[in-house]
Design a binder for this molecule. Sequence first.
Ligand code: ATP
Ligand code: MG
Length: 361
Amino acid sequence: MQNGYKISDLPFETKKFMPTLLSIDDISRETGLEESLLRFYESEYPDDLPEKILRGDTLVFDSSAVEAFKHIHDGHGGGHSGDERISKGLRFARVIAVTSGKGGVGKTNISLNLAIELQRLGRMCVVLDADMGLANVHLLAGINPRLDIMNVISENRNISEIITAGPEGIGIIPGGAGMLALADSSSRDRKKIVKSLKRVEEAADIIIVDTGAGMGPSVRDFLSCADELLFVLTSDITSLADAYALLKVIPRNGDLGVRPVYSVVNMVGTLKQASDVSVRFSSCARQFLGREIQHLGYILRDSTVGAATAQRTPYTVFNPQAKVSINTRNIAAALLKKEMPEIRLSSSFNRYMNMIQEGEG
Ligand SMILES: Nc1ncnc2c1ncn2[C@@H]1O[C@H](COP(=O)(O)OP(=O)(O)OP(=O)(O)O)[C@@H](O)[C@H]1O
Ligand SMILES: [Mg+2]
C-alpha cells in the first residue's frame, strides 16, 4: 500500500501556492473533486490518506492530502472505488452485530450457529468474536486458536493466519483483547487491525460479530458502525428493558440510510411467549424511538444447547434436526431474505475506524 505522499512529490507551482493546512473545501478546490466524493474516499481509504490534524474545532489535512486524494481517485491507491467495486461485482460483507442489553441471553450460541446455518445455505460466513470481556466463540466451536487479533499488532501477523476454520467451513476470528486494544491503542496499530478486518470484509459474504452485552463505549461504538443489528431478547423483563435502553443510544442512520434492526427471541417455551416479547420490543421501539424492528424468529429453550456445549460442539452440528437447530435455520433463511445490496457498498470497519478517530479529535 502506498502511503505518505510528501509535499516534495508535488509539482513546484502547486507547492508554492497551496496553504499548508487544508479543509475539505480547499481540497475540493485543489483536486476538482466534489466534497461528497472526497468524503467517500475518506471513509473508504483512510490508510491512503494522511492523518487529520485538529485546528481549533475542525479537523484539517496537511497539503499532502491533495495528491493522496488524486491518487485514490485515479485508482492507483489500492482497492477499488465504490462504483468500480459494483461493476466488478465486488462487495463488502454484510456485517451483522449480534447484541443484547443483558448478558447470558444466548448471543454467542446464536452467532456461531447462525453462521453455520448461513454457510450451509451457501454464504461464506465469518464470526468475529468481539466480546471484550469473555471471548468464547472458539470454546463453543471446539477449536483452539493459537493466535488472536492482537497478534496482528504484536507480531505483524497476517489476518489469514488469525482466521481459524470452524465447523462447516465458517471462519472464526478470535478478537478478545485485540478488540479492546482497537479502542485504546495507537492509531497505527488500529489501522493495522482495521485494514485486516477490511480484507475479511472484502472476501466474505457475511460477518457475524458476537459483541459483549450492555452499553460500554466500545460496544456502543461498534454497534453504531455495523451494517445491521441483531438483538437477542428473552422473555425475562430485564432483557427487554436493557435492550431498549441500548437501542436508544445507537444512532438510527448509517451512512447508507436507516440501519436495519432485527430481533430474535431466545429460550422461549412457546411460540406465543416469543411473539409477546417481540411485539413488546417492536412496539416500544416504534412508539418511543420511531424505529422499526424486524422480527426474524425465535429459538426454543432446549437441553440440546447444554448437551452440545458439554461436547464443545455447536448445537446445529451436534444435532441438526433438534428444534433449536431448525429454529436457527429459519432465522438464517429470514436473514437472507433481508439482503440489501446497497449495504455492501461500504466498509463497516472503516466507519468504526473513522468514528474512534473522530472521538479522539
Ligand atoms: N435456546 C437455548 N436453550 C437452552 N439453553 C440455552 C439456549 N440458548 C443459550 N442457552 C444457554 O444460555 C447460556 C448463555 O448462552 P451464551 O453464552 O450463548 O449467551 P451470551 O449472551 O453470549 O452470554 P454473555 O453475555 O455472557 O456473552 C449458556 O449456558 C447456554 O448454554
Ligand atoms: Mg457471549
